[in-house]
Design a protein around this ligand. Structure first.
Ligand SMILES: [Zn+2]
Length: 451
């Protein structure tokens, strides 16, 4: 713990020194509307939320009956000679053959760049709107709605009506890479610091890639929220324990865990009786489900696909969220730029069937948090990163009633223009016969919406 505290203290200094200079770039306004009314009136500035401690207990649920047969057989596990799982794989043709290593992807990417087939997006041209998030002063909240706040890229804080707070894929650093100086640099700063978040009960991690799992951010969260529980895919629990985080549960696809939070006795004259937190519930329960996605994992040159990537469902207080994390949907071949890969000629390209299974067996969901960015060039990334057309299909398959776009607007991971994903999302919604706004939206970094 001493080592953890030292790292956390260093991290605190790291955050304190980050600057947020105002930019003169065009602020992206399209399809971004700002929350108002009840949500804002009942909320307080970031960091001012009252503190009531809860202890947490997690139990893995008995294997649910409603699991697809191939998942029951573990077709996504690759076994070693001793019969134990040593790696994971995408079990469906929709993932294509992929590439053997991240270095081969990087090599092809570099070759296309040298050939002049790709140019980096101009991140100074457009500015993603950013607002300071506000959070309710107590867990009781203002309504029976689910409240979701985008904290940039794939990170969302979701506050459930029953009082549960879940943080998905927190990465608050400037760069997403193995070192502080290595990896893509943010063009949109985090809308707040980790210190400004209200107490968090559960942290859910989709996979090990650096733009979704940050050692510094999870250590800082564990230090600030000692009772918070971390939920990860198979193989990642060891990494958390070696990082000093012991409140961690790893799950396989289609496995569920039950989380029970019990309010700690605040004692005579304690915080509970003297603040607005008096309304906070005594007990909070949640069902956390690990579900499939089509992706990959790695943090080093030697650990490719040794930890499981996943999407997640969380149900609590009568509301449900499906977090897509990072996923592809189809594997699209190299095509001329003006060819539509959702045109009739490409109808036969296999789609990942797992999202329909998720919708049928675990849906519907009140809110989907679905990736829409990091998709160009399509022939390199489609199998692992959805574009907005894929995202709308995933939205329909998973039976989400509403959705918000994630995995865009923060780091330039690929070559599409940084304001292209929300524009393409509206086209995809229109083509699907859905309203362009109000169903599957994007929002400002730091903005909260209710569902
Ligand atoms: Zn990833």
């Amino acid at each position: 713990m001493e080592r953890l505290a030292t790292k956390a203290a260093r991290l605190g200094r790291c955050f304190a020194s980050s600057s947020r200079k105002p930019s003169t770039a065009t602020v992206l306004r399209a399809s971004v509307t700002f929350s108002s009314g009840a949500a804002t009136a009942a909320a307080t500035a970031a960091g001012a939320a009252a503190m009531v401690a809860y202890s947490s207990a997690v139990s893995k649920a008995e294997t649910a009956a409603d699991i697809p047969e191939d998942a029951r057989q573990g077709t996504h596990h690759i076994k070693g000679s001793n019969g134990k799982t040593v790696m994971f794989r995408n079990p469906y043709p929709s993932a294509g053959v992929g590439f053997d290593s991240p270095f081969q992807v990087a090599g092809k990417f570099l070759w296309m760049r040298i050939n002049g087939e790709m140019s980096s997006p101009d991140v100074s041209r457009v500015k993603i709107p950013t607002v300071k998030p506000v959070f309710p002063t107590s867990r009781a909240g203002s309504s029976a709605a689910l409240r979701a706040t985008w904290l940039g890229h794939a990170c969302y804080l979701v506050e459930f009506p029953g009082g549960l707070r879940v943080l998905f894929d927190p990465v608050f650093e400037d760069r997403c890479g193995p070192k502080g100086w290595l990896g893509p640099k943010r063009y949109t700063p985090p809308p707040c610091s980790l210190a400004e978040l209200p107490p968090v009960d559960a942290v859910v991690i989709s996979h090990s890639h650096y733009d979704h799992l940050s050692h510094m951010s999870v250590c800082e969260l564990a230090r600030r929220n000692p009772d918070a529980h971390f939920f990860v895919g198979l193989g990642l629990e060891k990494w958390f324990r070696s990082s000093g985080i012991t409140n961690v549960t790893e799950l396989d696809w289609w496995q569920d865990a039950d989380l029970v939070l019990t309010r700690k006795d605040q004692g005579e004259g304690g915080n509970a009786k003297s603040s607005s937190a008096a309304a906070d519930p005594d007990t909070i329960t949640a069902r956390i489900s690990c579900l499939p996605s089509q992706h990959t994992s790695a943090r080093t040159a030697r650990d490719k696909d040794t930890t499981l990537w996943a999407s997640w469902a969380v149900r609590s207080g009568g509301k449900s969220v499906w977090f897509g994390g990072d996923t592809g949907y189809r594997n699209v071949p190299r095509l001329p730029a003006d060819v539509d890969d959702y045109g009739p000629a490409y109808d036969s390209l296999p789609r990942c069937p797992q999202f329909r299974e998720i919708g049928e067996r675990r849906g519907p969901f009140d809110l989907g948090l679905i990736p829409i960015g990091a998709y160009k060039p399509r022939e390199l990334f489609s199998w692992m990163h959805a574009n907005p057309y894929d995202a709308v299909e995933i939205f329909k398959d998973t039976r989400c009633r509403r959705a918000m776009g994630i995995h865009w607007g923060t780091w330039a991971l690929t070559v599409e223009d940084i304001d292209e994903p929300p524009k393409m999302l509206r086209e995809a919604l229109r083509r699907s016969g859905l309203p362009e706004t109000g169903v599957f939206d994007v929002c400002a970094a730091g903005e909260s919406r209710e569902f």
